[in-house]
Structures are given as structure tokens and as C-alpha cells.
Write a new protein. Structure first.
Lengths: 300, 276
């Protein structure tokens, strides 16, 4: 809204023709400023995306190369195969699990954060931001050290007499790594949503003899829904495409979609199939994001 | 605006405990990793007396040092170019109307939304085709390395920088800019003396984000790095997959400390700016 005002303001008293040329000049300026990035993204994003789409209809030849001819839908048909379906559902399930766990941990935390005094709250927020900014690979590796052979985790379980638990290279370890990696993505939008809620509404629900659960269910939760949706998508989307975490903390039985796609390119050498899978993954993400924006989310 | 209702009784204790557990969860692994990086034991998760030898091993390892050098070089180039392009895009979108603006806006969001793996695949195929065409048409033989990695990092960082700068621009009133223009400042002068100083924190934030993302990236870099030319995270990732060694502990801590330093510096800069 404001931008338009600013451009018109300059030529407010001018004649219509003058105004028109001035507006044209402004439009040209805007385009000129956007142009370098525009071209850059077309060259290094849109065209590569197009190449992936083309490859997904191509055929793999006997030498592991790709023949850009004999177009077919075989790669997409393969997605229905049992092995592929298992991997798809596993990825979906682990991504949902990660999202739910993050939500359960982050919601009370974000609420608690919003009840603190501003000075304390800022310090607490900084300490949420620090892990968010530190290297993702390193943070996953730290869990490899902790869960590893004879490591701190074993020491703790032995100390409590729980015996030795092999957590590393299991699905649990992958979920743990994903929750650890993406928890800040859930906390920050939730906090932003809860902080905006007028506390008087909650007090009113208490005054009207609503108990804690009722005022949570009927007042707090509905009002913080944009934050819940934003956080869930910000966690779900990268979890679904996760590659580094399952690679470091998972094992042979925990192949997820991300690793499976990489395998198609680096070892199995079935590029058309890998291209088709990446395209499907991207389509899922796009769909989720459109839902997110429809629901009025803006935190990215 | 602390207006949420102060919790009472049991729920208050529960919330407090949850709070402490979240911080324990965040920081215990990091602290443990730092501790073990000084441990003499060959087992990465076991204490065996204090030593600095794993850090010495890092300094002696020419592969690791080369990878670090590459990472820094790339991060600098990527940050400078992404900040310029990202800021220009942000200004164009927030302050101008032009043809194709909506398409550009949507296009700019895509690299943020798209999964790392998909983007990695896209760029792998792109550079493969691109290099082949160059070779066939002009006989120019290029290899993947510095430029392919930098180009890929910039392709996603333009978007991140522009989001951060736009957030700053959107919250800013245009009154001052208009006043400057009314006082016969040229568009450039108004930008240079009025807009730019105001969006500088946004630009700095964008630069920090771009640098961090460039220094952190594993998936995309792994696909566009050439043989023998790689970055530190990809090098470390390769080491981890071969088997964990105490050397990885020390490199990890160095990466950890440097990213914390970056964030710390930016927080400090923000504070002094506000204070002064």
C-alpha cells in the first residue's frame, strides 16, 4: 500500500502526462533493480528445475547413463513399487512424528517464554537462537558421539540400571536428531503467535470459571493456531527431505526419502528415477507451503 | 507486552521444568562434544585424560586446512554477491511496482521452500549439461569446484537475504524517504543517506544468514563439489561416514565456536548500535 503512495507523492501536483512518464520511469527502475536476481534465478534455478523434469521422463541406459530419448513415465510408475512405498511412508511417518514431538515440547515452552519479564525473555530467546545458528551437521554429529559405543548415553542408562540400549542407527535416533535440529523452528513461530494474544482474554475465560484445560482448548489454542501451523510446516518440510540426519544417526533399515534420492544419483546411477522422486518431493513441499500461506502464515 | 496469564500452582512448576529440560536438551550435546574434543581416548565418547592432540592433528592435516580455506573463500564471495542481489530484490519488491513483480516474488520464495536434496539434484544435472554444452560448442573444459559451489550457494542465498531485508523495509515508514525527495534529493541520494542507514541492520542480518548458510551447507555442496575440491562440512561429512574419529570432534568444535562467534559478534553489534 505504502509503496504506491510514495511513488505518487513525488508527482502529486504534476500533469497527467508527466505523471504517466514518471510512473513508467519508476517501473523501469524497479525492474532494473530486480533484473539481476531475476536472470540469476532463471538461469540457476528455473532452468535446472526444468532439466530435472526432463530427466524424470528419460530412460536409464545399461551403463548407468541417461538417454535423453524414448520418453516415458516409468520412473513415476516405480514410485508405486513396494520398496519405494515403504520408504515413502517411513519418511512421512518419521516427519509427522518429529513434528508432533516438537509441538508437544515447544508449545508449553513458548507459552512459558511469553509469561516471562521482557528482559529475561530476551535472554531466553537468545539461547534458543544460538542452536538455531550453529552448524546442523555438527549438532547431529554430537548425538552420534553421545549415543555411540560406550558413550555418555550408555553410561546414563547403565547408571539407572536400565541395561544397554542400542539407540544409534535406529529410527528413534533419527527422530531424536530431527527434533534436536528443528525444535527452534517450532519454538520461534509459536512464541510469536502466543506473545501476540491478549492476556485479558485468558483471564476472562478464567473469570468465567473455565478451568485451565478449558481456557487452553477454547481460547489459547485457537488464537495461537497460525503459530502452530507455521511451526509444524517449518519442521515437517525439512524433516521429510532430511538427508544428513538419517545418514549420520540412522542405519541400513532407516533409509529415508532424502537418502534414497541421493543414492539414485551417487551409487545406483538411476538418474531418471532420482529426478522423478525429487520432483515428487518438491511437489509435496509446495503443496504444504501453499496451505501455509493460505492459513495466513508469514514467518519464514 | 508481557500479557499472557502467569501460570499458577502445578502447571507453573511443570512449565518451569519443561523450560529447563529444553535448555538441557539444546546444550548438553554441545557441551559434551566440546569436552570430548579434549579427551585422549580414541573412543570419541569416552574420557581419557586431557589432550590437545586432536587440535594439533587438525592443524597438521592439509586436507582439513584446505577444506576450511575453501569454505571461507566461498562464504566471502557468496555473502558479498548474495547481499547485493538480495538487497536490490528486496528494494524492488518493497518500493517499486513493475511488470512481472508477482512472478518474481513467487520465484524468490522457491529456493527457500525447496528441499535441499531437490536443489542439489537440480544443480548437479544443470552443471553436468552446462559443462557438456560448453565442451561441445567451444571446447572449453570446466570442472566443478569453486565457481559451481559459489553459484549454487548464491542461488539460495539471494532469497534468504531478500526476505530478511524486506522484513526490515516493510516495518519502515517511507516518510523520511519522501521528505528527502521533497527536499530535492535525487533518488540515489535519498537511498544513500536515508534508506540505506535505516535498513543496514537488515542487510547485516541477511549477510550473517547468508554466510552461516554457506558455511553450513552439506547436501547441495556435496553434489556440486569437484573431485579434490571441497568445503569443510562436506569433508567432515565424508569423514563421519567412514567412521568417527576424535579428529572429527576437534573440527566440529572449531566449526561450532566459529558460528557462535559470528552470532555473538552480530548480537554485540546490534546492542552497540542501539546503545549508541
Amino acid at each position: 500500500m505504502r509503496k504506491r503512495e510514495s511513488t505518487e507523492h513525488v508527482v502529486e501536483v504534476a500533469t497527467p502526462e508527466f505523471e504517466k512518464t514518471a510512473q513508467k520511469k519508476e517501473a523501469r527502475r524497479g525492474l532494473l533493480m530486480a533484473l539481476p536476481s531475476y536472470l540469476y534465478l532463471i538461469l540457476f534455478f528455473v532452468i535446472p528445475l526444468g532439466i530435472v523434469l526432463i530427466y524424470s521422463f528419460a530412460t536409464r541406459n545399461r551403463f548407468g547413463g541417461t538417454d535423453l530419448s524414448g520418453w516415458n513415465l516409468e520412473s513415476y510408475e516405480r514410485i508405486a513399487e513396494p520398496i519405494v512405498r515403504t520408504i515413502l511412508f517411513r519418511s512421512l511417518w518419521l516427519a509427522i512424528l518429529t513434528t508432533v514431538i516438537c509441538l508437544v515440547i515447544a508449545y508449553p515452552f513458548a507459552y512459558y517464554l511469553s509469561t516471562r519479564k521482557p528482559a529475561i525473555r530476551n535472554v531466553m530467546l537468545v539461547f534458543v537462537m544460538i542452536p538455531f545458528w550453529t552448524n546442523f551437521l555438527v549438532r547431529n554429529y554430537a548425538w552420534r558421539v553421545i549415543l555411540g559405543n560406550d558413550g555418555p548415553f550408555t553410561k546414563v542408562t547403565e547408571f539407572f540400571g536400565l541395561g544397554t540400549h542400542e539407540l544409534l542407527f535406529s529410527q528413534k535416533a533419527v527422530v531424536l536428531g530431527l527434533v534436536y535440529g528443528y525444535l527452534p523452528f517450532m519454538i520461534l513461530p509459536l512464541y510469536a503467535a502466543i506473545e501476540r494474544i491478549d492476556g485479558q482474554l485468558l483471564e476472562a475465560s478464567r473469570d468465567l470459571y473455565g478451568n485451565g484445560w478449558q481456557s487452553f482448548k477454547n481460547v489459547l489454542l485457537p488464537l495461537s493456531m497460525p503459530g502452530v501451523i507455521a511451526g509444524s510446516i517449518l519442521v515437517f518440510v525439512p524433516s521429510l527431505g532430511a538427508y544428513v540426519t538419517p545418514e549420520i544417526l540412522g542405519g541400513a533399515k532407516t533409509t529415508l526419502l532424502g537418502s534414497y534420492i541421493v543414492t539414485q544419483f551417487l551409487t545406483a546411477r538411476n538418474w531418471p528415477f532420482g529426478a522423478a522422486l525429487s520432483f515428487v518431493l518438491m511437489a509435496v513441499m509446495l503443496l504444504m507451503t501453499i496451505i501455509y500461506f493460505r492459513k495466513g502464515g508469514r514467518t519464514l | 507486552m508481557s500479557n499472557a496469564v502467569e501460570p499458577r500452582g502445578l502447571s507453573k512448576i511443570g512449565l518451569q521444568i519443561n523450560g529447563w529440560l529444553v535448555y538441557l536438551f539444546f546444550y548438553a550435546p554441545i557441551v559434551l562434544l566440546v569436552i570430548f574434543s579434549f579427551s585422549e581416548s580414541r573412543n570419541v565418547g569416552k574420557w581419557g585424560g586431557f589432550t590437545l592432540s586432536w587440535y594439533e592433528q587438525f592443524i597438521d592435516s592439509s586436507n582439513a586446512r584446505n577444506a576450511l580455506e575453501n569454505s571461507i573463500k566461498i562464504a566471502i564471495v557468496v555473502t558479498i554477491i548474495s547481499v547485493i542481489l538480495g538487497t536490490m530484490s528486496a528494494l524492488a519488491l518493497e518500493r517499486f511496482t513493475f511488470k512481472g513483480k508477482r512472478v518474481f516474488d513467487a520465484l524468490l520464495y522457491l529456493p527457500i521452500i525447496i528441499p535441499d536434496v531437490t536443489m542439489a539434484v537440480m544443480l548437479l544435472l544443470f552443471f553436468g549439461e552446462f559443462f557438456e554444452i560448453l565442451d561441445n560448442l567451444f571446447g572449453i573444459q570446466l570442472r566443478k569446484g569453486f565457481w559451481s559451489i559459489s553459484i549454487s550457494h548464491i542461488a539460495f542465498n539471494i532469497s534468504f537475504v531478500s526476505v530478511v531485508v524486506r522484513a526490515r523495509l516493510a516495518g519502515m515508514s517511507t516518510d523520511l524517504e519522501e521528505a528527502a525527495v521533497d527536499l530535492y534529493a535525487s533518488r540515489w541520494k535519498a537511498f544513500r543517506h536515508v534508506t540505506f542507514p535505516q535498513i543496514l541492520p537488515g542487510i547485516a542480518g541477511g549477510a550473517l544468514l547468508a554466510m552461516t548458510l554457506s558455511l553450513d551447507d552439506v547436501v547441495i555442496t556435496q553434489f556440486v563439489a569437484g573431485p579434490g575440491w571441497t568445503t569443510l562440512p562436506v569433508y567432515v561429512f565424508g569423514l563421519i561416514r567412514k567412521g568417527v574419529t576424535p579428529l572429527i570432534n576437534s573440527i566440529s568444535v572449531i566449526m561450532l565456536v566459529s558460528s557462535m562467534l559470528l552470532v555473538g559478534l552480530s548480537l554485540l553489534a546490534e546492542r552497540t548500535r542501539r546503545g549508541g
